[in-house]
Write a protein that binds this ligand. Sequence first.
Ligand SMILES: Nc1ncnc2c1ncn2[C@@H]1O[C@H](COP(=O)(O)OP(=O)(O)OP(=O)(O)O)[C@@H](O)[C@H]1O
Length: 247
Amino acid sequence: MSDAVLTLSHLHKSFGALQATHDVSLDLKAGEIHALIGPNGAGKSTLIGQITGHLMPDRGEVRLAGENITALSVAQRARRGLGRSFQVSSLADSLSVLRNVMIAVQGLQGHSFHFWKPVHRDASLVEPARAAIARMQLESRAETPVSELSHGERRQVEVACALALKPRALLLDEPMAGLGPEGSARLTELLEELKHEVPILLIEHDMDAVFRLADRISVLVAGQVIAHGVSDEIRANPLVREAYLGD
Ligand SMILES: Nc1ncnc2c1ncn2[C@@H]1O[C@H](COP(=O)(O)OP(=O)(O)OP(=O)(O)O)[C@@H](O)[C@H]1O
């Protein structure tokens, strides 16, 4: 596990008598997309919360680039390089793509506001924002208000917002949700490229996208990882077929 960027070890989280995550261990390695799948109520959101810092595990550990971040706040984890996709609602519709991504960069810089500089000329905001926009192939839309974008382009902006913070690991929670075939094919292509720069933990219901994109898949059922492997192994696993794929 030496090349693991993100490591979850023996995570337990209960709500009263309900064990929402039970002894979950998995890792994310450089250069890969690791997909986490599971039926409704399997515990995916509870696990994500423990990774981002919105929830504290009862037991277990989260490590980012070797550092134990289990006790750190959401903001501290983000500053250490834990990136996550922004929800659509966090984008300001009336502002341009560039402005939205700059606001994300500003959030990371926190108190280091440069009051004496107009925001649009602050290179420390503009440069990382433009680089992230280019990475998501949105250069031609940089000055366009978010309200004029397609649903798929908005998703690309959300990923650009996360990328602008130069994450070591990226957590994408259902990035394909609501996208048509074209939007999801485009995002799939972009993520296939992106994983070489930043490994991605992908939580996704779109199984076609999962099987196409994931280097490894972990299957969560009733709070436990019941299977782990490459796409073909997961497709063929009788436990997964029974519990998840509906066979
Ligand atoms: N704050 C909470 N208090 C009590 N029970 C909770 C809480 N959060 C989640 N649960 C329960 O924990 C279990 C796992 O829920 P979770 O939302 O993590 O699953 P999920 O895999 O994300 O589901 P979905 O795909 O439907 O979003 C469910 O039984 C849920 O009702």
